[in-house]
Design a protein around this ligand. Structure first.
Ligand code: TYD
Ligand code: MG
Length: 464
């Protein structure tokens, strides 16, 4: 124990030496100086002595000696037929299978991320029940009673499911290798810890080391495993983002926990497309599949100024969405811009395009945009619908009930072609939206707004 000359603090377990390096046990950041708080990750009391340089040198020498006599690897020509036929295991929940690329691949390691309370444990419980195959449910954060209560509430047949309340990675892996279940669920990766790493559960090193261990077991035993990971507020440190390159499949359950809709989106899939989404509704009996989302999203729609029907394509799904905008004169200070379900930066760009290309000045107005249903949508074809909703709100003009709007808006004010036009047209028709405004009907944003009868005067008159 030594007192640091600069800070006057007592340094535990680390000698104060000008050349010594200190390492954070949480994020592995290194520094020349000891401090109570890691400057990289902000954790308190995690800085300790880093491994000594001499130790590193011996490791390097050992590695060099080890690689000096290794034989060359054995290559396999692709003309050889793979010995094992890969058959995907269906979960029995269509929306989940679609996102997984047709089912679970044997030996794959999957990660399900999402905000706390969004419904991850609910979804995995439903998958465990629907599989109708042996499932090992490992939980480090919930007790057997809590998990069973959820299973009971969801009406899940627990015949094939066994529970393991465990946090030690080595014990979990041993259980998996001995019991050989068809599927393993780990709720959550933040609560487990491996003895190979000293840092506390939930730290980046622990999460990474534990995941690598699970990966080894999943690959060697061909038992698929699903890890649950909470996304931290920033989405990076301690969150599943750090694991994306290790695992085979990464899915995120998104949505607004105050709304009913949840979207299961795949961010990475080594065995399938990442374009697909699964749409669910959180109800009393868990997450229910929504096979006809347009109908749900359009159900309570009423005609009023600032409301426009847009059309988005998510994977193989075409959905109609209601885009709402509210435009108010700014009372004080900078104008406010808020977007829910739509990218705020994109909203800023669209307002600039409206100003420059369509001469609609909103610099003295607060603008709020909302996608009804609490879902986040990334389809650029929403651009034109957002612009139309803003203009409809600004001029207090109600759009015709049959109008449907889609198209990406370019910086020159041009309306660009969106893919899957025929599907969008037919989905619109299904809901009585027979007046489409898109690239083929209107090539510029100005023309589109006039076609939608939201602008009655020519832009030259408005700008003067
Ligand atoms: P949970 O799956 O525990 O979230 P996570 O594992 O992502 O933290 O559940 C989240 C919320 O879902 C919880 O607040 C209660 C709600 N819920 C329902 O509305 N219906 C249900 O049938 C269940 C099981 C949960
Ligand atoms: Mg949970």
């Amino acid at each position: 124990m030594t007192t640091c000359i600069l800070t006057g603090m007592v340094v535990h377990g680390a000698e104060v030496d000008a050349m010594a390096l200190f390492a954070c046990s949480h994020c592995d950041a290194q520094s020349q100086k000891w401090s109570g708080r890691c400057v990289e990750c902000g954790s308190w009391g995690t800085l300790g002595a880093a491994p000594e340089q001499s130790a590193l040198v011996t490791t390097k020498q050992k590695t060099q000696a080890a690689v000096a006599h290794v034989p060359a690897g054995k290559t396999i020509p692709f003309t050889t037929k793979a010995a094992v036929h890969v058959e995907r295991m269906k979960t029995g929940i269509n929306e989940v299978d679609r996102v997984f690329g047709g089912g679970i691949v044997p030996g794959s390691l999957m990660l399900l991320g999402g905000d706390p309370g969004i419904g991850k444990s609910t979804l995995v419980a439903q998958i465990a029940g629907a599989l109708k195959n042996t499932v090992l449910y490992v939980s480090g954060e919930e007790s057997f009673e809590q998990v069973q209560m959820r299973f009971d509430r969801l009406g899940i047949d627990q015949k094939y499911i066994s529970f393991l309340p465990e946090e030690q990675v080595e014990i979990i892996c041993k259980t998996v290798q001995e019991q050989k279940p068809a599927f393993v669920i780990i709720d959550s990766i933040q609560t487990v810890a491996t003895a190979a790493v000293e840092s506390e559960p939930g730290s980046v090193q622990q999460i990474k080391a534990s995941t690598v261990r699970f990966l080894e077991v999943a690959k060697s035993s061909r038992i698929p495993m699903l890890l649950i990971g909470h996304v931290t507020k920033g989405g990076e440190l301690g969150g599943p983002k750090t694991l994306e390159h290790i695992v085979d499949v990464v899915c995120y359950l998104e949505g607004d926990s105050t709304h009913q809709f949840r979207v299961l989106r795949s961010a990475k899939n080594r065995f399938g497309s990442t374009a697909e989404v699964g749409i669910f509704e959180m109800q009393n009996k868990g997450l229910q599949e929504v096979s006809n989302p347009s109908e749900r999203l359009m159900k309570e729609r009423e005609q009023h100024a600032g409301s426009i029907v847009g059309c988005v394509v998510e994977g193989s799904r075409v959905l109609l969405v209601e885009v709402q905008a509210l435009v108010n004169r700014t009372a004080f200070g900078f104008p406010q811009r808020k977007a829910s379900g739509f990218d705020l930066n994109r909203l800023h760009v669209l307002l600039a395009v409206l100003h420059k290309r369509a001469h609609i000045d909103l610099s003295q107005h607060d603008v709020y945009v909302n996608l009804v249903g609490g879902m986040r949508m990334d389809d650029p074809a929403l651009d034109l619908a957002v612009c139309a909703a803003i203009v409809s709100a600004l001029y207090d003009v109600v759009a015709d009930q049959k109008t449907i709007v889609w198209g990406e808006v370019g910086l020159s004010g041009e309306v660009r072609t969106a893919p899957h036009e025929s599907q969008r047209l037919s989905e619109g028709k299904r809901f009585g939206c027979t007046h489409p405004i898109y690239r083929k009907t209107s090539a510029t944003i100005d023309a589109a707004l006039r076609d939608a009868q939201l602008l009655k005067v020519k832009s030259s008159v408005r700008s003067s």
